[in-house]
Design a protein around this ligand. Sequence first.
Ligand code: 9WN
Length: 416
Amino acid sequence: MTSISQNAIDILRENDRGTYTVPTKGLYPFQWNWDSCLTALGQRHFDENRAWTEIETLFEHQWPCGMVPHIVFHQKDDGYFPGPDIWATDRPVPTSGITQPAVAGFALKRLFDRAADPAQVAPRAAALLPKIAAWHRWFFATRDPKGEGLVAIIHPWESGRDNSIDWDIPFDRVPTDGIAPYTRRDTQHADPAHRPTKAQYDRYLWLVEHFRALQWDTARLHDASPFQVVDPGFNAILLRACADLADLAETLGRSDLAAENRAFAARGLAAMEGLWSPDHGQYLARDRVTGQLIDSASVGGLLAAFCAIPADRAAIIAETIDRHATRYRVASHPPQDPRFDAKRYWRGPVWLVVNYMIADGLARAGQADAAARITASSLDLIRENGFAEYYDPQSGEPLGGGRFTWTAAMVLEFLS
Ligand code: 9WN
């Protein structure tokens, strides 16, 4: 019988396109930003050199302003919509025009710390360091124009949790008039009942067309967007990446970048307090347009544990996860909420990447048992139901794309 780790390696090899990895063939035929950084963590277990290349390739497509796009369209493939012609970002190799969770700084430090020979990879780390620092700088300059310490996403795709219940209210503000007719491709690869709705796609597209009309000038998009949301999960990833990058910069003799990123992390951590909800026992997203906290206790507010939140907050998050526990944890939305939808993408299903980051954060905050429960549940899912994109948290049914890259990568991490 093949071991699950061998299965995971086979999937990572199968989806490897030489210098980048596709999330899964068919549904997602290009390179995605946060998928790649988390994928590298899996690749390091069997091919360290390849793991570094994954992140290096992504950063070859960084924009001059510092943004790292959420998709790099390395080759033509009509299997995904919206493709490069819709984005029309006018890059040498086509890319999308929005970004994704900034997990690269965390991934880089982990690759470096766990390298077989850190001295040997130090030059590669030193070359990536200023690029990631430029991305962080871009975030705070363009997505935190008033210097609040936290950044906003301007499109749900940026969060990586595309149709989370968190976005419902702010997303209602996005119009749909005037969008060009389109044909979705995702619903030809995956069950439409497990994907975002047409009403959501219309709004995803309206935002893309709106930003395109502004020539993808990233300095203007935040203020021009009717959708501006401060997501605790997205910010936690960025703040953890800032802190990790600062440590690595110190080790590699770049005290300038260390100081800059330490300051981002400290300011952001202080501002995270404003997102804490004692009633929900977790953080909540804030709608920056109205200034209101959004009453949606999604996994985004638990993912906040990935950055250095106070230990007592992490303890409460661990309790909240227990209180909301489904047969398989961690549901992307708690079933106690009537808006929960066990099979619809980010409105209920379990995702292993999120489990991994929550478990990592909780373990660092002294919640080892809570972290171990998440790890065990994640591995149960794989053993019982294979390597899917996401899973029904109650039945464990595998959903979305199959033989999924980052799921496989996380398994190698969980097993290590
Ligand atoms: C849009 C690739 C990506 C992930 C996201 C996930 C999904 C894309 C889509 O797939 O989003 O970026 O078309 O559904 O939500 O987290 O990076 O795996």
